[in-house]
Design a protein around this ligand. Structure first.
Ligand code: NOJ
Length: 561
């Protein structure tokens, strides 16, 4: 956290490290990351200099969608550890000055959740079915899906269930896999249950929640077809959609905010909401709703000066309108790692999944160079920032996993046409020259749940930790400056005129960030001292293409903005 944010509002400036638990550190050698693995690697995060961790779902789960199918929200998956270990992790992280954010999955449960098991055994129109979204099928015998909604993983969003007499009955909604039935957020019991789950974890010291598909909870009565409707009309206006970003979802978050605010040490939320326009995102961040939201427009922006600047500006304007701090994120467990995205020719609307990248040749050295510059840009922008595990090692997407090892439900649901998200989820390398690269202990009983590239020995945390010019060294240096510079974190930004294709802005106290996205070198701003560079300067001392600098005018304490 920069010194600019007050301690009580730590989330306005925090750098939050995403721990994808399955792939972070495996303490017991079963090939799957776990809670004790996270505990053992907390020193890495302290050395890195982050303020908080966000841990992907660790609840009991049949793992149809890597833990986003929860069968019990008040416990921990045995393969990840125990509730007691979870509590120890929270306490140890706190002792080291790290906050802990969990992931809550409110749109759907697992089909193994006791509520859904009960619903399947119950009659139509029963209270048990009323917690989910069951509907009659179309056609004479109800043999067709109730409407045209599609699962995000491919195929219809409805599955038909059998009745107790063995004949086909109603259909249930699942916007994701069939193993993830959607809950009915018009049901008061569902609402009360999730408020109670929030309290369960807040009472154990958790500092906040990332809300999975926060924009999908409520659905339009009567389940009308989506049809061809664009989410945004030709004139740029938002159009009502039957299941994404509906206005009544905000009632849920007003109640959740009241729960968070009932704690004396503030608890916070970050929304995962893939909405189409910045002003729609800002609606989730009104003062009585959520604190922050992932900025996926920034993640999706091309490495091109004009669209990147436009995205930053739109973000700042829309967040300022509701008084919320922006967030900045480049990668996560659902998108192709950004060095691999930036390795491709940049278009106005670049693909962000592996399936979108395949077939487009990549210049991976260039991708890494841009990723280094993007790190300095991201960490200099106003607000809070996210780092996806392995980003500090410069890991690329693993694009060539054998089809036989793919586990993302997208692979199966797309009829084996889309590889999905496994390429960004490969267990990360800590040390050593061969797999499991310190991810699992020596003599582990199972290999990592996804195979690691043989080349990853060269980019382990241990190796990069000794190289002064490594990606890890860059992240550590940037986070150290960010932590101590009064102009960074939350606060204003002022653009500075630069050569076309370069972006430069000033934060408080003389801090300036310059990013050269043009094809020609640009001159370092006059009368400044370079404090950090993402790459070497040209022989003339200029900033080469795809390099970013942090420079200082005067001394930070002498020149206020
Ligand atoms: C978003 C999560 O990030 C993703 O991994 C998951 O598959 C879907 N939500 C469904 O829960």
């Amino acid at each position: 956290m920069s010194t600019n944010g007050s301690v009580s509002e730590w989330w306005r400036s925090a750098v939050i490290y995403q721990v994808y638990i399955r792939s972070f550190a495996d303490s017991d050698g079963d090939g799957l990351g776990d809670i004790n693995g996270i505990r053992s690697r907390l020193p890495h995060l302290v050395d890195l200099g982050v303020d908080a961790i966000w841990i992907n779902p660790w609840y009991p789960s049949p793992m149809a969608d890597a833990g986003y199918d929860v069968s019990n929200y008040r416990d921990v998956e045995p393969r990840f550890g125990t509730l007691a270990e979870a509590k120890s992790l929270i306490d140890e992280a706190h002792a080291l000055g790290l906050r802990v954010v969990l992931d809550i999955v409110p749109n759907h449960t697992s089909d193994h959740h006791p509520w859904f098991v009960e619903a399947l055994a119950a009659e139509q129109d029963s209270a048990a079915r009323g917690r989910y979204l069951f509907a009659e099928g179309q056609g004479e015998a109800g043999e067709h899906e109730p409407n045209d909604w599609r699962s995000a993983f491919g195929g219809p969003a409805w599955t038909r269930v059998m009745q107790s007499d063995g004949t086909p009955g109603q259909w249930y909604l699942h916007l994701f896999a069939p193993e993830q039935p959607d809950l009915n957020w018009n049901n008061t019991e569902v609402r009360a249950e999730f408020e109670s789950i929030l309290r369960f974890w807040f009472d154990r010291g958790v500092d906040g929640f990332r809300i999975d598909v926060a924009h999908s909870l409520t659905k339009q009565d009567g389940f009308p077809d989506v049809g061809q409707r664009p989410v945004v009309s030709a004139d740029g206006e938002w159009r009502d959609h039957p299941h994404w970003d509906r206005d009544d979802v905000h009632d849920v978050y007003r109640s959740w905010r009241a729960v968070a605010d009932s704690y004396s040490r503030p608890r916070v939320f970050v929304a995962e909401a893939w909405v189409e326009q910045p002003h729609r995102l800002a609606r989730y961040l009104r003062p009585d709703e959520l604190h922050t939201a992932f900025n996926f427009d920034y993640l999706r922006a091309p490495w091109l000066a004009a669209p990147l600047q436009a995205t930053i500006d739109a973000t700042l304007v829309q967040h300022a309108a509701v008084g919320a701090p922006p967030t900045w994120v480049l990668s996560n467990h659902d998108v192709a790692r950004h060095p691999s995205r930036y390795a491709r020719v940049q278009t106005s609307n670049p693909p962000f999944t592996l399936d979108g990248l395949l077939g487009h040749p990549g210049d991976f050295e260039l991708g890494l160079k841009r990723a280094r510059a993007a790190a300095l840009l991201t960490l200099a922008l106003p607000g809070s920032a996210y780092i996806y595990q392995g980003e500090e090692l410069g890991l690329a997407e693993v694009e060539d996993l054998a089809e036989s090892v793919l586990q993302d439900p997208t692979w199966k649901r797309s009829g084996h046409t889309l590889r999905g998200r496994d390429g960004c989820r490969v267990p990360i390398p800590w040390s050593g020259t061969q797999s499991p690269f310190g991810f699992s202990p020596p003599h582990a009983s199972s290999p990592p749940w996804l195979p690691q590239p043989v080349s990853w020995g060269a980019v382990s945390a241990e190796v990069l930790g000794t190289e002064p010019d490594s990606m890890l060294a860059l992240y550590r240096a940037a986070l150290l400056i960010r932590r101590t510079h009064p102009g960074l974190g939350d606060g204003p930004l002022r653009w500075i005129d630069m050569a076309p294709g370069a972006l430069a802005f000033e934060r408080g106290q003389g801090f300036v960030c310059v990013v050269n996205l043009s094809a020609a070198p640009v001159v370092v701003p006059a009368d400044t001292l370079i404090t950090l560079a993402s790459g070497p300067l040209t022989v003339n001392g200029d900033i080469p293409p795809d390099v970013a600098l942090w420079v200082q005018r005067g001394s930070p304490s002498a020149s206020a903005s």
